[in-house]
Design a protein. Structure first.
Length: 222
């Protein structure tokens, strides 16, 4: 016998059991759909994470390459600056002796030994002039120029002083030249030129490692 109305059907246990079975089947189908969607999303997230990690790794490599390029660039710039400074020092200085922290020495036994031979020749010439009664301190202003004249006046004012490039530079250019290596080189080159003209004498310490200049008149008097 079939139920005659919906109230009677809903109250029938067999109909309720069938309805609940259908509902359960519907829920199972929806759960399967949701699980499949979650699986796809998880797969997508994993792929994005992998891609994100690959991009991060590539970026880090670019950062390291850039830092290395900056180091190489700075090294090249530093080398270029050092080369320019070295070339500038050669143009302004000359191949004489260098001042050490103490006034006026040249390093290098071989270089000083070569210059000692020139100094010995100059001393011999000065001795010959002294034997004939000729003063070696006479000089031509037109050949020396204003700076050479000034240097000779300073040196002759203290003829027995051991003049170095640093000491003469300070007398010529002032106290600001005391720490200026280029000024020392200019003064030393000037004294080398005066020595070639036999107006000053280049002398050496007993060990031959340090050189200085004195007025030629002082060596003749000695």
């Amino acid at each position: 016998m079939q139920p005659t109305d919906s109230g009677a059907a809903s109250a029938n246990p067999s109909w309720v059991a069938v309805d609940m079975g259908a509902l359960i089947h519907q829920c199972d189908a929806e759960l399967a759909q949701h699980d499949a969607m979650l699986d796809r999303l998880r797969s997508g997230v994993a792929a994005l994470e992998a891609e994100k990690q690959a991009v991060r790794s590539a970026r880090q490599q670019v950062v390291l390459t850039r830092e290395e390029a900056l180091r190489v660039q700075e090294t090249l710039h530093a080398a270029a600056r050092a080369g320019a400074a070295l070339r500038s020092g050669q143009r302004e200085g000359g191949a004489g002796c260098k001042d050490l922290p103490d006034p006026g020495e040249c390093k290098g036994t071989d270089a000083c030994a070569d210059e000692a031979a020139d100094s010995s020749d100059a001393a011999a010439t000065s001795a010959e002039e002294g034997s004939t009664g000729k003063a070696s301190t006479a000089f031509d202003e037109s050949k020396l120029g204003p700076r050479g004249m000034q240097a000779m006046q300073i040196i002759n004012s203290e003829p027995t002083l051991q003049w170095t490039g640093k000491l003469l530079a300070v007398r010529l250019e002032g106290q600001e030249a005391k720490a200026d290596g280029k000024a020392h080189n200019r003064a030393r080159t000037l004294m080398d030129d005066l020595a070639k003209k036999q107006l000053v004498a280049k002398m050496y310490t007993d060990d031959g490692r340090r050189c200085y200049f004195v007025a030629a008149a002082s060596t003749e008097a000695a």
